[in-house]
Design a protein around this ligand. Structure first.
Ligand SMILES: *Cc1c(COP(=O)(O)O)cnc(C)c1O
Length: 229
């Protein structure tokens, strides 16, 4: 069990590392946002990070988030919750009121459902497009060759509030190549937000322009391995 002291200390260390790295590569302090990835962690543990002042969080499952976050959002002001895992179309209705940013728009059917529900409900969280930069068959995300057309459809046909891109580089590959590719794709599409970098590579991501880094285990400790399906 991680003690409150450790979570708060881990957060401080990471925020300091983020600012140092930003300054080192000629960026401004405070330009890079830390998303604390709290998937699998119980609400009591997340509350320790909230008490330490952290406000931006990432979760990868809608159902788990519905169980943990309405209560936490009631108790703590100014929370910004990001969905960083796949979104099924049948979960869109429940996801919209809870998440402030949906980072994983990855197919036209989902874009269509999001647009329809945003119209119907008035909730319109910022959206990022997940790009499968490694073109891995088992991973979700828009393929790099399809991205420009996809951005155009999201913005023009569906009028989604698309702010930027996110990626998860393939395990075992040099992440810098993927971060550089994502930055270039955002640039040519006029998008500002770049969600990239995790516990092991967030400094590299900052060097390559990340506006948001998603850090889990370096804050909350190692997660247990996923249960077999
Ligand atoms: C779990 C997860 C992270 C955080 O990973 P760590 O290695 O624990 O920092 C970041 N992004 C996504 C999409 C994740 O699912």
């Amino acid at each position: 069990m991680t003690s409150p002291l450790n979570i708060s200390k881990n957060l401080k260390t990471i925020l300091q590392t983020i600012d140092n790295k930003a300054l080192e590569v000629g960026r401004k302090e405070g330009e890079v946002n830390l998303i604390a990835v709290s998937k699998v962690k119980p609400a009591e543990v997340i509350a320790q990070a909230l008490q330490a002042g952290q406000r931006i969080f990432g979760e990868n499952r809608v159902q788990e988030s519905l169980e943990k976050w309405p209560g936490l959002k009631n108790k703590f002001d100014g929370v910004e919750l990001h969905l960083i895992g796949p979104l099924q179309t049948n979960k869109v209705k429940e996801a919209l009121p809870l998440f402030d940013v949906i980072e994983t728009v990855d197919r036209l059917k989902l874009a269509r459902f999001l647009a329809r529900e945003m119209d119907a409900t008035g909730y319109s969280p910022d959206c990022l497009i997940q790009v499968n930069t490694g073109e891995e068959p088992q991973k979700t995300g828009v393929l790099p060759d399809d991205l420009d057309d996809f951005v155009k459809s999201c913005l023009e046909e569906y009028q989604l509030p698309i702010k930027g891109l996110m990626c998860i580089p393939p395990v075992g590959e040099e992440p810098a190549l993927h971060f550089a590719l994502l930055r270039e794709m955002a640039r040519r599409n006029g998008l500002q937000t770049l969600s990239m970098g995790m516990s092991g590579d967030y400094e590299t991501a900052i060097e390559l322009g990340a506006t948001h880094v998603r850090v889990g285990s370096a804050i909350f400790g190692e997660r247990p391995p996923p249960k077999p399906a």
